[in-house]
Ligand binder design. Structure first.
Ligand code: NOJ
Length: 769
């Protein structure tokens, strides 16, 4: 018997291969480890049955699907089964479909129902941009665990979240669905959401399979126009856009969704660099990839695929397992295999992780919804409690002159609650909150009324209606229950404004709730201007002109142009889309039952023309801190109105004693950074301690600052705490364009700590070779 010796060249290669295979196996997310059951099923499946597993069927009749595939989706499920069905959210309907697959199809493989449970199913939590503003990954994890529990009880086993696209341009409507502009915060939120949705291990009871999306670069759409092409250099992909996806993969996310747009001229859903080179080769990801809706067929529309056959070939060849609702795999993949252009082994490899997900989720044992349990799960009081807490932890206090907030309800006799979003309910949920099965929502008006009781007279005035200039196509999608506000004549709008001003005059204080109705943010909701649209600016200025103290509450999915308000309105509270408990949580903060501690996950522009705007840009030959060069514009400052990481509290904090454990550390080792934070005010509150670094020189220019650590801590008045951060290879590395690899470089580094990205408290250290 000959033993292979590691010194022999060929065997050495063999050893390396075995070692790589072993490491890759150990790295397999548990979703992907193939079980005997999956293999056994696969052995019994016909080609058509396999392709049905690679397909997500539309859960409602789509003419194009029928035209393309030739039969209604239900017929496919009956004959061959189905990998998944899209957008069925009614438990009765889920059971009906499931009976077709389980009772009538040959192999009885259950369907995995997929839905956009983005921030809640029945109990709707604040939108993801708000949840990121909490800088509280534990809370985010708990919220997504509630979303998972409710969705699962109703029969949804697969959610299309988290959405982790980095968004540096607030014109892009989908900023609301993600964690903002920063890869480090984005990665933390991605991880937390995956753990919340999926639980401690795949298939944990009452959890769902997560789907991280949209892979990748969707947020960089040209001009912020949804679906437009993204052009992102490789270094920006690795350093900025990919880290949250990598964090989700490392947290064991069960699936990826490919994006719609062209990435560097190759549509993401047919982009082999993304789906294969990055995802499978570099990251060893073994879960499955689903396209975005209709995106396989859209490869033709992009001008990338010649026809449906070419589209199926290009998407599948790139590494895309499941076709979401376009029917292209159903129509063309079998012939591709029969004619030898795709090997059966490739089909098997694509099917296995889908079967495995269904096995892990326990769908074979429990395919049906227990309808008798649903109500009890959906209405669990702890869900509403957590949603209320999530509101108070995610709102951002942007301005509070002369401590107008919190309002003292024992001293106020009358209040005017004004604005087109003040009595809104569905609009507090954002567009995804409406596609699920939302429970009751408390408007901000109602939250305030409940809070103050009979002691304060509360008068409501709606003000002029707000509408999009170009209507949203989602208004015509039956699943979406959110509508625009009705059109008004200019007389009606004027009267509404006059009524609002009169109400303010009759009151001690005015709370003005402005922003964007749900359909103004989200998919297909890009804007060329971030103004307070539809007469809202006029309304605000007219109410402020009464001389009454004004609190502006913003309900929206992205920063808006509020430069006038930022100078003239004493208090501004960013509530984002706060969800079902929005009104209660906002009232908690307005009246001081909760102390706000949300911090912005995006840089807030002064004007739309500044976009894209992000704090972690490179230092240039004319840095912003150069004494003779304060702005690159002649009509506005370069700096944001509010910086990334910014947020006020009803108390104040001071930071000092920033120290690194070493002044020099070897590349590859770690150092500790500590800073003292003290509550210098008179009430308890949460500080969000943020750590930023800058590498002074190296193989490439580095951003002026990069977030590399944060902690949210509660401090009693006068209390002080020392916060520790670790800076190690993970925090100090970057993908170097000239070197085409990840590097940690022996250079001088700056460190800052404080409560936003302009923190002044500074230290430094050196990495040595
Ligand atoms: C299109 C959206 O881009 C995606 O985010 C969503 O998950 C799918 N439709 C399914 O609803």
């Amino acid at each position: 018997m000959t033993f292979l010796r590691p010194s022999d060249p060929a065997p050495r290669l063999l050893f390396r291969r075995i070692a790589v295979a072993m490491v890759a196996t150990l790295c397999l997310p548990a979703w992907a480890q193939v079980s005997p059951k999956a293999n056994d099923l696969l052995r019994q499946m016909t080609l058509e049955e396999k392709i049905a597993q690679l397909s997500q069927l539309p859960g409602f009749p789509i003419a194009e699907f029928k035209e393309q595939v030739g039969v209604p989706p239900e017929e496919i499920a009956r004959k061959y089964g189905a990998g998944s069905v899209l957008w069925v959210s009614d438990p009765k309907e889920i059971n009906r479909w499931q009976h077709i697959a389980v009772d009538e199809s040959r192999l009885h493989i259950p369907i995995m129902f997929g839905l956009d449970v983005i921030h809640g199913y029945h109990t709707i939590f604040p939108s993801p941009i708000a949840m990121a503003s909490s800088w509280d990954p534990k809370m985010v994890e708990s919220a997504q665990a509630v979303a998972a529990r409710e969705a699962r009880a109703a029969g949804i086993a697969w959610t299309f979240g988290p959405m982790v696209d980095i968004a540096r341009d607030a014109r892009w409507g989908r900023m609301v669905e993600g964690a903002g502009e920063d890869p480090y915060l984005g990665a933390a939120m991605a991880r937390a959401q995956v753990l919340g949705f999926q639980g401690p291990q795949p298939g944990a009871p009452e959890h769902v399979l997560a789907c991280v999306k949209h892979f990748a670069g969707y947020g960089a759409a040209d001009g912020g126009r949804d679906y437009d092409s993204s052009y992102i250099p490789e270094e920006e992909m690795w350093n900025v856009y990919l880290p949250p996806f990598k964090a989700a993969a490392d947290a064991g996310v069960g699936s990826f969704m490919s994006a719609y747009m062209d990435l560097n001229d190759v549509p993401a859903s047919g982009n082999r660099w993304l789906l294969h080179d990055v995802l499978r080769d570099a990251w060893h990801y073994q879960g499955f990839v689903v396209s975005d809706a209709n995106a396989v067929h859209s490869l033709i529309v992009h001008g990338y695929a010649r026809d449906g056959r070419d589209a199926a070939q290009k998407a599948f060849g790139a590494g895309l397992n499941m076709d979401m609702a376009s029917g292209t795999y159903l129509k063309y993949l079998a012939a591709e295999v029969q004619q030898g252009r795709i090997a059966m082994q490739q089909i098997d490899d694509a099917v296995l992780p889908i079967l495995e997900a269904k096995i892990k989720l326990g769908l074979f044992e429990h395919p049906f919804v227990d309808e008798s349990r649903i109500e009890q799960v959906l209405n669990a009081p702890e869900h509403a409690r957590l949603a209320r807490q999530a509101v108070t932890r995610s709102v951002v206090l942007l301005r509070n002159e002369q401590k107008l907030l919190p309002l003292d309800k024992t001293r106020i006799k009358s209040m005017a609650v004004i604005g087109p979003l003040a009595d809104a309910q569905l609009d507090l949920l954002d567009m995804w909150g409406a596609i699920v099965k939302p429970g009751p929502t408390v408007s901000i008006l109602q939250g305030i009324k409940d809070k103050v009781g009979d002691a304060v007279r509360v008068e409501f005035a709606h003000g002029p209606n707000i509408r999009r200039d170009v209507p949203s196509f989602f208004e015509n999608v039956p699943m979406f229950t959110i509508k625009e506000q009705p059109k008004q004549t200019s007389e009606e709008a004027h009267k509404a404004l006059d009524d609002a001003v009169a109400a303010a005059k009759r009151s001690d204080v005015a709370v003005v709730v402005l922003g964007e109705i749900a359909l103004m943010s989200g998919e297909a909701a890009s804007r060329s201007s971030l103004n307070l649209s539809g007469g809202q600016e006029e309304l605000l200025e007219a109410v402020a002109a009464t001389g009454k103290p004004v609190v502006l509450v913003l309900v929206n999915g992205r920063p808006l142009e509020i430069s006038w308000a930022a100078e003239h309105v004493p208090a501004i509270l960013e509530a984002w889309y706060p969800g079902s408990q929005g009104g209660i949580g906002v009232a908690d903060v307005l009246f001081g039952d909760a102390n706000p501690a949300g911090h912005l996950p995006v840089s807030w522009p002064r004007s739309t023309g500044q976009l894209p705007l992000y704090y972690n840009h490179n230092r240039t030959q004319r840095p912003e801190d150069a004494p003779d060069f304060t702005s690159r514009y002649w009509d506005v400052l370069t700096s944001p109105l509010y910086p990334f990481g910014y947020g006020l509290s009803y108390t104040t904090f001071s930071f000092d004693n920033l120290k690194t454990s070493k002044t020099e550390a070897k590349v590859g080792t770690s150092l500790d950074v500590s800073v003292d934070v003290s509550n210098t005010g008179s009430r308890a509150g949460d500080a969000v301690v943020q750590l930023y670094i800058h590498q002074r020189a190296g193989s490439a220019s580095r951003p002026v600052r990069q977030l590399k650590g944060f902690q949210r801590v509660n401090l009693a008045p006068g209390a002080k705490q020392t916060i520790h951060f670790t800076l190690g290879p993970d925090e100090l590395r970057f993908w170097s364009p000239p070197r085409k690899e990840w590097v940690v470089e022996p250079e001088q580094f700056d460190v800052w700590a404080g409560e936003d990205s302009t923190a002044k408290l500074h230290a430094e250290f050196r990495l040595t070779p």
